[in-house]
Design a protein around this ligand. Structure first.
Ligand SMILES: Nc1nc2c(c(=O)[nH]1)N[C@H]1C(S)=C(S)[C@@H](COP(=O)(O)O)O[C@H]1N2
Ligand SMILES: [Mo]
Length: 301
């Protein structure tokens, strides 16, 4: 059953009792950006979104640490230990150190966000996430002047991650954002889907979600965040710089070298479902286009 979040949902509707933490607040149904949309209800664009099913979201995944096929993560990610978990935050921050997952959850405000999710392979889903704004976590660590980028790394634990036995990517999986992208209120660290803690295959216990960028930017099972003054290396760009740039903004006008990005196939739509047109910045143009003013997006792809 496809589920649709609305502003009428309360925290109780979407959040199992055991998920409440001391200072957690649930802003239920805050679809899309939530930029001023709480009081006024969901915007027209957001109201059209209908979530994929739990089954779609948890059985068709990319998580190469567990293999390269879409079914592998659902089979093998269960071997990843996610507790205890901590995130090493370092580089140009006032308070570097290991931040425990529980400590982070205590300090953060957890919200609901219904986001379009667009893979570079030209398929998409709509996923109801729970999480907190990345900006809040970075501010907790205290971003110093001079920081311009944020680098992320996934857990690398070969004995629990069968896919890392193969040199498909240069492990650990790495991603990066410009600081202003990281601080944008759309950018979240997700800790759950459908009101439940993140399943391992979706990047437990916490993963990045950047809804206007291709899916591979949304790095899973994050253990390290580093503030830097230099553009960080990113796994897909290291592997194939001609195909995967640093920015990776969803852009129907810029083709992947081997296929068009103009349309997408919604997962779960059935065999004969029409392909849908892909939207500039995955539909978040109003919120993020200004970040790229003056840039040539065919060169900075
Ligand atoms: N650590 C890690 N993060 C990752 C990936 C990966 O292989 N390893 N795949 C990326 C890609 S290509 C996509 S499309 C999304 C898929 O997220 P989902 O499985 O939750 O839909 O995760 C991204 N994050
Ligand atoms: Mo992807």
């Amino acid at each position: 059953m496809a589920q649709r979040w609305t502003n009428k949902l309360t925290a109780k509707d979407v959040t199992p009792e055991h998920m409440f933490w001391n200072r957690r607040k649930i802003l239920a149904g805050l679809a899309g950006a939530g930029l001023g949309s709480i009081a006024g209800g969901v915007s027209a664009q957001e109201a059209e979104l209908e979530a994929n099913t739990w089954e779609d979201v948890t059985s068709y995944n990319n998580f190469y640490e567990f293999g390269t096929s879409k079914e592998d993560p659902a089979h093998y990610a269960k071997y990843m230990t996610t507790a205890p978990w901590s995130v090493e935050i370092g580089g140009l921050v006032d308070k570097p150190g290991a931040y425990g997952f529980e400590q982070i959850m205590e300090a953060m405000t957890i919200e609901e966000r219904l986001y379009r999710f667009r893979c570079v392979e030209a398929w998409s889903m709509v996923i109801p996430w729970q999480g907190f704004e990345l900006a809040d976590l970075l501010n907790l660590a205290g971003v110093q002047d001079g920081a311009k980028y944020v680098a992320f790394e996934t857990l690398y634990r070969p004995e629990e991650m069968v896919g890392t036995r193969f040199p498909v990517l240069d492990w650990p999986y790495r991603e990066g954002l410009r600081l202003d992208e990281a601080m944008n209120p759309l950018t979240i660290m997700a800790t759950g889907i459908f009101g439940k803690p993140l399943p391992n295959q979706n990047g437990a216990p916490l993963r990045l979600v950047v809804p206007w960028k291709y899916g591979f930017k949304s790095i899973k099972s994050v253990v390290k965040i580093t503030l830097t003054d230099k553009q960080p290396e990113t796994s897909w760009n290291m592997t194939n710089p001609g195909e995967y740039g640093f920015y990776s903004n969803v852009n129907p006008e810029v083709s992947h070298p081997r296929w068009s990005q103009a349309t997408e196939r919604r997962i779960g739509g059935g065999l004969f479902a029409q392909r849908e047109p892909t939207l500039m910045f995955n539909g978040y143009e109003d919120e993020v286009a200004s970040l790229y003013e003056g840039m040539d997006l065919t060169k900075s792809f």
